[in-house]
Design a binder for this molecule. Sequence first.
Ligand code: COA
Ligand code: AMP
Length: 629
Amino acid sequence: MEYSAQYAQSLQNSSEYWLKESQQLSWFQAPSKGLSFQPDNSYQWFEDGHINTCYLAVDYHVEQGRGDQVAFYFDSPATNAKRSITYSQLQQQVSTFAGAMQRIGIEKGDRVIIYMPMVVEAAVAMLACARIGAVHSVVFGGFAPNELAVRIDDAQAKLIITASCGIEFDRVIEYKPLVDKAIELADNKPLKTIVLQREMSTAALDKAGDMDWQSFIKDAPAASCTHLKSNDPLYILYTSGTTGKPKGIVRDNGGHAVALRLAFNGIYGMNAGDVWWAASDIGWVVGHSFIIYGPLICGASSVFYEGKPIRTPDAAAFWRVISEYKVNSMICAPTAFRAIRKEDPEGEGVNRYNLKSLRWVFVAGEKLDSSTYHWLSDLLKVPVLDHWWQTETGWPITAPMMGWNNPSSARLGSTNKCTPGYDICVVDGQGEQVADGEVGNICVKLPLPPGASTSIWNQPARFQEAYLAEFEGYYHTGDGGYKDEDGYIFITGRTDDVINVSGHRLSTGEMEEVVSSHEAIAECAVIGASDSLKGQVPIGLVVLKAGVTISNEQLQNELIAKVRAQIGALACFKDVFVVQRLPKTRSGKILRAVLRKIAAHQDYQVPSTIDDPAILQEIEQHLTKFKNG
Ligand code: COA
Ligand code: AMP
């Protein structure tokens, strides 16, 4: 398969192209057409198809004689545990858990929140929801109770599935008290809380509706796969936007399965029987698409890792996993490799392991800096492939097609070319296409290909406002960048108030809401400064109320504790600077674009509309400590 011809096909005859792709999957009722437009000009993929994603990911492989193949290699240096789960075993566990959910009245369309560490039971719970058409919403374990409560309310969750604890390096994090607190804060009270008890710390099951996992599944009948419409929701995944309220990105069943099949085979070049590792967390889109659904739909074996790149137990942990499971390819965020490099600059850890199985390594989630790229490719001597995507799209927008003939070679600094169905246009503030090489807003021409979300849970109008309103006919990605003359895309960073900390997407707007609720603060701005390990870290610039006396140290400690308690430790909010004023235009708008540039140590122009240019220098001085970050 040649990239250029295939890619052109995917745009010129997109409906036929994707219909043909859909035929690679086993539908209950195959769709009769790819794309259909509604009277309001919205669109749907595979409108009349009937499918079940759990069937495709699990049962189908058992039926095809792949039942004894490993579906998941669970590896937990955090708890000293290793376990292989075959497709047959997975089918048994998933159908039982699904039956247990049905037994308590969970039905198609009900929402189930999963707040769990990286244990295989989390995947069982996700697949069980998919099996009966319940809509799962996984919440990353690093989020604080308040964030969990917001999601419980927005999703109107009927059930919560959690574990007694998770492990962060050598610390045991008790999950159940966090869940209890979240339920207390939420207006919507779920029917039950199912708790997987782990031996490192068992939880008290003393709240109404609490039940432990084993009792929940005891004698439960096995559930079969419910027939779902292609566009029935599979899951909601909350992600940070520019406002304080996270967006519940909705993923369908049919388009998602078709897209992930193509992505796993075509982009990652992985096939049935291959061993694949997405070193991420089920709380993020990478975890959904490429720890669970993509590899399983394609019949691969997926490594499920409860550990870190370093200190579990050392900086060779990744190399051990690759050699132990004969991993053929992997994906993770560049931060992980920066962390390894920091602890083992010469990469001596690789000498202890045989990494011959590894064909190439994919990275995404944040910018891949050239120094990490060179270090890693020199060390592993396999292609290191940058690619770019978002929670909203669910699968890569730009990437090399490693499963096709002659995939486009890597170009340093670029996340490669568009994948099938994505037609990128770089536009200026007025929506006019800019010349090749010129930086602008990265947009994708509508309709988006299958798999990409078209809706925000509970708020369909918000999808329109957030992504489609600014540039008519385009999906606005929120990323800036440029396209070169050969079609390679270069991402320069977000153009909005989203930052990426250790590959975790966070909203500075949300942090601002928390910071400004402190009684000493008159106003504030939170911006992302460059950080040599985490890519970016948030910095608070705060203006005190007149007459307030508080030491900088006390203020900083209180604000850090507040953000940690309300958003979570993962925000890594650790630096606060008191400033006299925030830079604003004469009409009172904070100059966020300029602040972003200062934080990234990029050149900026002092806008003619600013009321006091000197304030920018004060901020620049505060941020010098992050220079060369
Ligand atoms: N549950 C509870 N707390 C969590 C958590 C989880 N699942 N994940 C992170 N946290 C906490 C951490 O313990 C830490 O708390 P602390 O401030 O008390 O130390 C805080 O959130 C920040 O975590 P993190 O940014 O991950 O920093 P770290 O120093 O603990 O680890 C790395 C640094 C580089 C090892 C780690 O970020 C990593 O493995 N990154 C890989 C990137 C990645 O997987 N990204 C996912 C998207 S692809
Ligand atoms: P998330 O929705 O959490 O996957 O985060 C998506 C955002 O991460 C994108 O909008 C980008 O800002 C950033 N991102 C993802 N991949 C890359 C990449 N390869 N290079 C630069 N930024 C990236």
